[in-house]
Design a protein around this ligand. Structure first.
Ligand code: FRU
Length: 327
């Protein structure tokens, strides 16, 4: 019997050890592709970062670059070279190749589209240059770190907000961001999940590719086709504003609610304060976090594969107190 007891306790002990080995394995950070490139290199007295921005035509992207610059300016050993792809995917592919040939120490990219930029980013990594992907993602996992807010959660929260405000039913126009970019896909799928099974019905939807003039034009078609619209959900604030302008020109802006995403103080939050739109969901640019992460990578420190930024909703009830954090 004592022999049996010993057997049981040694079995239990070894199971506990095995389980803790497995668990500690799970808790370990993923292998850091970024570190391979960075740690093999000798520390340098100064570093060059190449930043490829997909366009500078929208205030949100101007703000992202400004945040990157402000954060980098605090470090005398960092030099950032900015490139503007002017919303041209091929141009942005060339940026990455140019940064690789120039031998920059690290690349930050806010890609226009996921699929076409996946390969150049992977090639930069293979060349030993760490890459931080900001806001819109690429496919797969051949990058050092992705930084961005949870767009699915934002879409879901927007859907819940709308269902509540409309009392569970109504006719809605959805103006989507570029559907070959990840935030467009996620802001749509999260939203659709939240309204599923409710009486909120999408009566018109279109891809306005993040651009205000497109949103305005698509909204003109929606207004011509649907005689009573209760709400417009646009994937960004320029889209919500474009829709508002179209509705106003038709004398119908009071008929419906307008909801957007981004919540820049001088843009979406201002629109809510002025009563132009009814709600905006914050989408932080992640500029400062990108520089923090770049510094860690360049110093050979481990960084998580994904950094998820928080978001806040600004509506009539919460705008004066700086919005409300999404749970
Ligand atoms: C700017 C922008 C933002 C939007 C983000 C999504 O180009 O359209 O308005 O939140 O990109 O990637």
């Amino acid at each position: 019997m004592p022999h049996f007891k010993n057997l049981v306790s040694s079995f239990l002990l070894s199971s506990v050890i095995a389980a803790s080995i497995i668990l500690s394995g799970c808790g370990k950070p993923e292998p850091e592709a970024a570190l391979k490139g960075a740690s093999e290199k000798k520390p340098k007295s100064s570093y060059t970062i190449g930043m490829s921005q997909c366009n500078l035509g929208e205030p949100w992207r101007v703000e992202m670059n400004a945040q990157i610059k402000a954060a980098a300016d605090k470090h005398t050993n960092l030099q950032v070279t900015f490139k503007d792809a002017q919303n041209d995917t091929l141009k942005q592919r060339s940026h990455i190749e140019e940064f690789v040939s120039a031998g920059v120490d690290l690349i930050i990219i806010s890609p226009k589209e996921a699929q076409p930029l996946t390969e150049p980013v992977a090639k930069a990594m293979e060349a030993g240059i760490p890459v931080i992907v900001l806001d819109r993602s690429v496919l797969g996992d051949k990058y050092s770190c992705f930084i961005g807010a949870d767009n699915k959660k934002i879409g879901h929260a927007a859907g819940e907000w709308i269902v509540k405000k409309l009392g569970g039913k109504g006719k809605l126009v959805e103006l989507k961001g570029l559907m070959t970019s990840t935030p467009g896909q996620d802001r749509d799928s999260g939203f659709r999940e939240a309204i599923a099974g409710t009486g909120v019905e999408v009566v018109f939807d279109a891809d306005m590719k993040w651009l205000e003039p497109n949103a305005r034009q698509e909204m003109e078609s929606a207004l011509a086709r649907v005689n009573k619209i209760d709400c417009v959900y646009a994937h960004n604030d320029p889209g919500a504003h474009g829709a508002y302008l179209a509705a106003k020109a038709a004398g119908r802006e009071r008929e419906m609610l307008f909801v957007g995403v981004d919540a820049l103080p001088q843009e979406g939050v201002g629109y809510v304060q002025q009563g132009i739109i009814d709600a905006t969901f914050q989408y932080p640019t992640g500029g400062a976090e990108a520089i923090d992460t770049a510094l860690k990578i360049l110093n050979g420190e481990a960084v998580p594969r994904k950094i998820t930024l928080g978001s806040r909703v600004f509506d009539k009830e919460t705008v004066a107190q700086g919005g409300r954090e999404l749970n």
